[in-house]
Design a protein around this ligand. Structure first.
Ligand code: HEM
Length: 128
């Protein structure tokens, strides 16, 4: 299921999770880094549901392309795609005590946020 939902992501983030430097950030290595940040776990569903717009830096490379919202995905689909990206491309080995997202967890976090508002949430994580 997660791999099927990821079909909607891979045009930008690529099948191997490496992204496109300067255009689309990688999810390989980077998703574990987000999960390791305080608040990172609750932030990831917001990105999928609300998109993201604002300048960021990942592994020393700058990005400032808007990511569209995927608010039409179900809670279960959001959980599945996040569990997919957390466990793919070597990411699982970088995670400590990762508990898979559940649909209930996503439902509790779901709210209408603009990509700019998600960016404001990101600022609280202490990521670059
Ligand atoms: C950012 C996941 C679809 C383009 C991100 C981030 C995550 C993510 C977790 C946050 C990185 C961070 O905060 O450091 C996903 C997933 C997708 C998806 C799971 C499918 C459901 C897409 C698509 C595009 C895209 C289709 C291109 C049209 C981007 C861009 C950023 C980003 C440009 C950085 C935005 C900025 O610089 O503010 N994505 N993404 N993503 N994504 Fe996606």
């Amino acid at each position: 299921e997660g791999a099927k939902v990821y079909a909607a992501c891979q045009g930008c983030h690529q099948a191997n999770g490496a992204g496109v430097p300067g255009a689309f950030p990688p999810l390989a290595r980077h998703v574990p880094a987000i999960l390791a940040a305080p608040g990172g776990r609750a932030y990831l569903p917001l990105v999928v549901l609300g998109g993201l717009q604002g300048p960021i830096e990942v592994e020393g490379v700058a990005y400032n392309t808007p990511m569209p919202a995927f608010a039409s995905l179900s809670d279960a689909q959001v959980a599945a795609v996040l569990n997919h990206v957390a466990s793919s491309w070597g990411n699982a080995a970088l995670l400590k005590d990762f508990k898979p997202y559940t649909a209930e967890e996503v439902r509790a976090l779901r709210r209408p946020l603009t990509p700019q508002q998600v960016y404001a949430q990101r600022a609280k994580l202490g990521l670059k």
